[in-house]
Structure formats: structure tokens, C-alpha cells
Design a protein around this ligand. Structure first.
Ligand SMILES: [Fe+2]
Ligand SMILES: [Fe+2]
Length: 328
């Protein structure tokens, strides 16, 4: 690729070269993911076979009865988690656009997509069978979300995609695990489902952070600049939904997921990638490194500010839970 190659078409030439050089590593990471993976299916966790046993029917009735006890704040978290998973068509497209097709990268994308699809399926099976929402309202919200699209401004930079997925997988892992913990005392089946999803997310996280770590090794300064574009504020996939801000506020006040969790993720990754200890950087790389290392303190100030604001109670209502008032 010569210097005349258009920079906007697919990363910069050097980034494409790095992606190609990393193909054996991606193949190896995919293989070790498959070794660690436990493939489960929605029907294993919440069955819906035609030849249902009397026992299964009893179980369904019990789930429905127990799910009546789920607090509304937890329902909001479940709605947000489900919605995020249902954005999968857009995520698959983004990965394919940034990493291409017909390579170990796209093999990973296809495998990852098949695994992720089960998350939306099993959550939808659950919320439908357990009858925990005004389902029509939820479906309309999901439709609007998908129709709005998800187009983060990554300038076709594949490094930003890999930085984003590292952060995002860990964020969803935490959100599912914490939601599950908040459900267990009321209805244990959903906790079991969320634990399975959360286990998948932690294996996806391990893949993306290893791969971005390899990018950092190969192209350190450029990768630091890309990381700086993504890390200060993670645009969640659902942020285009009208009620998103309120839903996120409920989930934060319920201590299921919020800026403190994000700060923890950022600190974990800065340490895992040894960002502060990287040397031999260009001027831009060194400037990015310095700014990256300041992000945790800034996130902490933001979390403190939001916590101070949350000292005053606030009321919320959402059509997908019949406009009941939630005060937190
Ligand atoms: Fe997922
Ligand atoms: Fe995932």
C-alpha cells in the first residue's frame, strides 16, 4: 500500500499491516477461547420444548410467581441489559466494517456473533415467559433503538474498535453479574441465566484485551492515541434511546452499574496494558499516555459529583413497567 492510499477507507495503511501481522495471534487467541468456552443454549437454561414435562410446566408457573417480587429498579436493569444485547446487528456490522471479512478476524467476529446472539435470545425468552414487562412497550423501545442505528465516531480506526470492545465487554460483564446478584433473592433462574451470560462476556473481554495488548506492542504510540479517543467516555450502545439517560440513572442509583464501575474497568485495563510504563513513544504517544493516566482521577471526580447529586431522591417512571413510580 503506497502513501496515496485514502486514509478514510479502512484505517491507515500501517494499521492494516498491523492487523494482518496479528492474524496468527488472533487465530491462537480464538483457539484458546474455544478451549475455555462452555457452549450453552437458551433452551438449556429456560426450556420451551413442545414435549414439555409436567415438571417444566410447574417450574414456569413458579418462575412467573417468584418474578412478581423483582423490584422495578432491577427490571430497568434487565431492560437495559436486554436492549444492549439486542443491538447485535449493529455491533456485528461495526466489527465487520473495521476488521474486514475473510480472515482470522472475521472468523472471530462470526464466532463472537453466534455467542452474543444467545444473550439477547435467552434474556428475551426470560422476560417474556416470566411476564415482567409491558412487553409491547419494550418491543417498541427495542425497535426504535435498532432503527436509530449505532455509529460511534471512530473514523474507521480499527484500533478504536478494539479498545472499545475491551471496555464494553467488561462493562456488560459487570452489568449482567450485578443485575443477577440483585435478582437472586427473588427469582434464582434469572440469576443463573445472567451468570452464564456474564461468563461469556468475561471470556470475550479476555480476547479483546489480549488482542489490543498485541496492537499496543506492535504500534505503541498510534495505539495510545486511539485508546485516548475511546477511553475517557464510553458511549454506551443504547445512548440514542429517549429514556436511556433515565434508565442509566436508575441502574447507577441501584449500584448495579455506573461511573464507579467504569472507573474500575479503566484502572484495570491501564494496569493490564501497563500504559504508564510504556517507553520509546513519539511526542503524540507520550502526550496520549499522560492524558490516559489522568482518566481515573477525572472519573472519580465525576462519580463523586453524581453521588452528591443522588443524595436527593428522584422519581422515575417507564412505560415498559406500566409507568409505576420508582423512587431512588
Ligand atoms: Fe453479550
Ligand atoms: Fe460479549
Amino acid at each position: 500500500m503506497g502513501s496515496a492510499a485514502p486514509q478514510v477507507s479502512f484505517g491507515t495503511p500501517s494499521k492494516v499491516e498491523v492487523l494482518v501481522a496479528l492474524e496468527p495471534f488472533v487465530r491462537q487467541q480464538t483457539a484458546s477461547h474455544l478451549e475455555r468456552r462452555k457452549l450453552w443454549f437458551p433452551n438449556d437454561l429456560f426450556g420451551a420444548d413442545q414435549q414439555e414435562t409436567a415438571e417444566a410446566q410447574q417450574e414456569l408457573l413458579k418462575v412467573r410467581a417468584d418474578a412478581l417480587g423483582l423490584p422495578d429498579a432491577v427490571r430497568v436493569a434487565l431492560a437495559l441489559n436486554l436492549l444492549t444485547e439486542e443491538g447485535l446487528p449493529h455491533f456485528h456490522r461495526l466489527i465487520a466494517t473495521h476488521l474486514g471479512t475473510e480472515s482470522p478476524w472475521s472468523d472471530w467476529n462470526n464466532l463472537w456473533t453466534a455467542e452474543e446472539d444467545r444473550h439477547g435470545c435467552v434474556l428475551r425468552d426470560y422476560v417474556r415467559d416470566a411476564r415482567i414487562f409491558n412487553m409491547g412497550a419494550l418491543e417498541r423501545m427495542q425497535y426504535r433503538y435498532l432503527e436509530a442505528g449505532f455509529n460511534p465516531d471512530w473514523q474507521r480506526d480499527p484500533y478504536r474498535l478494539l479498545a472499545y470492545t475491551s471496555l464494553q465487554e467488561r462493562a456488560t460483564q459487570m452489568a449482567h453479574a450485578n443485575t443477577g446478584r440483585n435478582c437472586s433473592q427473588y427469582e434464582p433462574k434469572i440469576q443463573r441465566i445472567l451468570a452464564h451470560i456474564s461468563g461469556d462476556e468475561s471470556r470475550h473481554y479476555a480476547f479483546y484485551r489480549a488482542v489490543f495488548g498485541a496492537v499496543l506492542e506492535q504500534d505503541t504510540s498510534t495505539a495510545l492515541c486511539s485508546l485516548l479517543k475511546v477511553m475517557p467516555a464510553l458511549a454506551m450502545p443504547g445512548h440514542t434511546i429517549s429514556d436511556y439517560e433515565h434508565m442509566a440513572d436508575v441502574v447507577r442509583r441501584a449500584n448495579i452499574y455506573g461511573p464507579r464501575h467504569y472507573q474500575e474497568i479503566v484502572e484495570e485495563l491501564l494496569q493490564f496494558w501497563n500504559i504508564g510504563g510504556l517507553t520509546g513513544l513519539s511526542a503524540e504517544g507520550a502526550a496520549a499516555q499522560e492524558k490516559l493516566m489522568k482518566i481515573p482521577a477525572r472519573l472519580e471526580r465525576m462519580a463523586n459529583y453524581l453521588d452528591a447529586k443522588a443524595a436527593a431522591e428522584r422519581s422515575f417512571s417507564f412505560d415498559f413497567i406500566y409507568d409505576r413510580t420508582i423512587t431512588l
